[in-house]
Design a protein around this ligand. Structure first.
Ligand SMILES: [Zn+2]
Length: 249
């Protein structure tokens, strides 16, 4: 089986045809899903999803929406983590190409990282041109619960820093672009026990047509780059998933 570790099932492109989307994915062996939130407005809808394929959800405030954070947001997130043992924290992170002020992004990321540590939950990290700053905060906060560096597009050195801090590297739709050199190098060279697969559906493809079923195509590319079978890749990704879950309470 494969798990799509990043699919935005409540995006309108997917939400209104969920049974069909989930069945299409299952038909090609993608029977596990992780559903991240981006803005606070996503939280309720995600927590109400009942598809048995959903192995975890990630609740948090994405750096693009960091200015939505209010004092009471911390209490709400705490309560959700208390009540939902399959809730990770995400997607959170830093995007240094986005116009949300860096200070706001950093303080909102830091608060959510502290909550994840307090509740022993992995995090889903959105990282754009911010690897060094993210690693500094993860180190300073002594964060030990790991998580996934989503849509990774950095260097092997950057990846290794995160792997040392118990993170897995999310490899996904960026691979469908043959010119995305760094992503191909990462998919080919990172230790197999450090990768997980993701689509970031419905995004990353024209007209938001991406769906979790595309994990199959991503898996075939990765298996090919590594010279292993798709079945072996599935098994190793499943072990990696279990590794992450073992870190949450
Ligand atoms: Zn996302």
């Amino acid at each position: 089986m494969f798990t799509d570790t990043h699919c935005h099932l409540i995006a309108p492109e997917l939400r209104f045809r969920l049974p069909e989307i989930v069945a299409q994915a299952a038909a090609v062996g993608v029977t596990g899903l992780l559903v991240p939130s981006a803005s606070i407005g996503d939280w309720d809808a995600i927590l109400q999803l009942r598809q048995p394929e959903i192995r975890a959800v990630a609740i948090g405030v994405h750096p693009w929406f960091a200015d939505e954070w209010r004092q009471e947001t911390e209490g709400s997130l705490k309560q959700i983590l208390q009540q939902n043992t399959n809730a990770w924290v995400g997607e959170i992170g830093l995007d240094f190409l986005h116009d949300t002020p860096r200070e706001t992004q950093v303080s909102v990321f830091r608060l959510q990282l502290q909550l994840a540590q307090q509740f022993s939950r992995p995090i889903i990290v959105h990282n754009v041109k911010a690897s060094a700053a993210l690693a500094d905060i993860i180190r300073a906060e002594k964060f030990t619960c790991g998580g996934i560096i989503h849509a990774f597009s950095g260097s092997l050195e950057e990846a290794r820093v995160f792997i040392r801090h118990s993170f897995k590297i999310g490899i996904g739709s960026l691979l469908l672009n043959p010119r995305a050199k760094k992503v191909h190098i990462a998919a080919q060279s990172l230790p197999l026990n450090s990768i997980v697969l993701e689509t970031d559906s419905p995004y990353m493809q024209p007209e938001n047509r991406n769906t979790p079923a595309n994990i199959r195509q991503i898996a075939e590319i990765v298996a090919d780059l590594r010279g292993i079978s798709v079945q072996d890749l599935a098994a190793v990704c499943e072990e990696n998933w279990c590794d992450l879950v073992a870190k949450s309470s």
